[in-house]
Design a protein around this ligand. Structure first.
Ligand SMILES: [Zn+2]
Length: 444
């Protein structure tokens, strides 16, 4: 059965938008993109979904999530980075069995509701695997590993591999499970090396948080400062005398299949090193701003030719999983940082959140644009009632009016995984299921 999605505006990304366009989908694949008349004539027997005054575009790619922190919004607000992360670690024991699963399920639904079809998740408990799989999301879920100074890497590697294999059994065909060595201030160089050896041997992706805060730079260089002190109970940092990006380079971790998250405290030379190595970067401007970590030099990354995507991080640091708000913040941040109105255009920002993110995760040939032969990952923004309903530039309209409330539907691999008209009750149920966990973490 062929399904045709028709809308007043179709934004394929990479080629010019179409006024009165349509996309035909069969067996999860895009089989036609063109004017409404063309596509309907070529597929006379198709079921047609008319989206009306809407913008149809590729489903977004959220290159950094922690689904398991969907209910953490506002915790530790205003704390500096080290104490903030320690606050989250301290709340975790208050959770009860089933809590993490309920929170992760909510996070998965909130991503779909924000037009996201693909995620790259760093998962502490592993609950993200089932949540993302059951929601029908595409992407990678990398299981977090930690290990400080003086700890033997071998048992951690063994346990991480066992966990990965166990979680693979519950992963859908669209979810790949990999490894996330958390960050250079919680993972020793020896453990990075051992986990990387496992990743290379088994073909696993790697996600790691790098060069996020100034405190991290001090911790990695000399083993001192607020980040080193705040996380001492979790993992004692091993001083390397290096900048975290230089450490990653020394460890061979600037290669493809590695996603470097944040990269705020870097130089133009670091951006060139990442581009040469082939790693992707997850740019998370709201998280970086709210934690006072700074504004990542996106212009340097793009000038160097790095594969950059945009990520919400989690509500723990960025309030919610609204990737449209993240895209706008990326624009505000880049233009403020460079003091230039074209430091990041709406067109460039949408590319980062679609094909850019897809490339950063190694999915560039499969998704990220609406093209014949690619997998059918789509979303649609309802323009009714917005100031952008009279459309001059549909990309500008999408970028400045996109929101979870205006997402009409999200399709992943040809299947409608979220539909505003019918999923209100599902959202309310997911929120209700996750609420007791938040109450426990607040401790009242
Ligand atoms: Zn993160």
């Amino acid at each position: 059965m062929t399904e045709v999605y028709a809308a007043d505006h179709v934004v394929p990304v990479g080629v010019a938008p179409l006024r009165g366009g349509a996309v035909a989908v069969r067996d999860g694949e895009i089989v036609a993109v063109g004017s409404r008349a063309e596509v309907l004539t070529a597929h006379p027997d198709a079921h047609v979904e008319e989206l009306g005054a809407a913008i149809l575009l590729p489903a977004l790619v959220n290159v950094h999530t922690h689904l398991e922190y969907a209910s953490y919004g506002g915790f530790g607000d205003g704390l500096t980075f080290g104490p903030w992360i320690a606050d989250h670690v301290a709340r975790r024991p208050r959770l009860e069995p089933g809590d993490v699963e309920a929170i992760a399920a909510l996070g998965a639904l909130q991503n779909l509701r924000s037009g996201v079809g693909t995620i790259a998740d760093a998962s502490f408990a592993g609950a993200s695997v089932r949540a993302a799989s059951e929601a029908g999301l595409r992407g990678i879920v990398d299981i977090e590993a930690f290990g400080g100074k003086g700890q033997d890497p071998a048992p951690t590697v063994e346990r991480t591999w066992e966990r990965i294999q166990a979680h693979r059994a519950e992963a859908s065909a669209l979810i790949r499970v990999g490894i996330s060595p958390h960050a250079p201030y919680t993972v020793t160089p020896a453990l990075y090396r051992a986990l990387d050896a496992l990743a290379r041997a088994e073909g696993l992706s790697i996600i790691t948080h790098v060069a996020e805060s100034k405190g991290e730079l001090e911790a990695i260089a000399s083993g001192t400062g607020p980040v080193a002190v705040a996380l001492r109970d979790l993992a004692e940092v091993e001083a390397s005398g290096l900048h975290p990006v230089d450490l990653m380079a020394e460890l061979g971790l600037l290669r493809p299949d590695v996603l470097l998250v944040h990269m705020v405290q870097i130089t133009p030379e670091h951006a060139r090193m990442v581009a040469a190595g082939g790693a992707g970067i997850a740019h998370c401007p709201r998280s970086n701003a709210l934690l006072g970590c700074g504004a990542a030099p996106l212009a340097d990354m793009l000038a160097a030719g790095v594969h950059v995507g945009i990520g919400t991080d989690s509500p723990a640091s960025a309030v919610d999983f609204d990737l449209w708000d993240e895209i706008r913040t990326a624009i505000f941040t880049a233009r403020s940082r460079e003091a230039l109105p074209d430091a990041l255009t709406a067109h460039q920002a949408l590319e980062l959140a679609t094909i850019g993110g897809a490339r950063a995760l190694g999915y560039g040939d499969a998704i990220g644009t609406l093209e014949v032969g690619k997998r059918a990952d789509l979303t649609a923004i309802d323009l009714v009632g917005t100031p952008f309903a009279e459309v001059e530039d549909p990309i500008v309209s999408a970028v400045f009016s996109g929101s979870p409330e205006r997402t009409l539907l999200t399709v992943v691999d040809g299947v409608v995984r979220y539909r505003r008209a019918t999923d209100e009750g599902r959202l309310a149920a997911a929120l209700a299921a996750a609420r007791p966990a938040r109450t426990r973490m607040i401790g009242s």
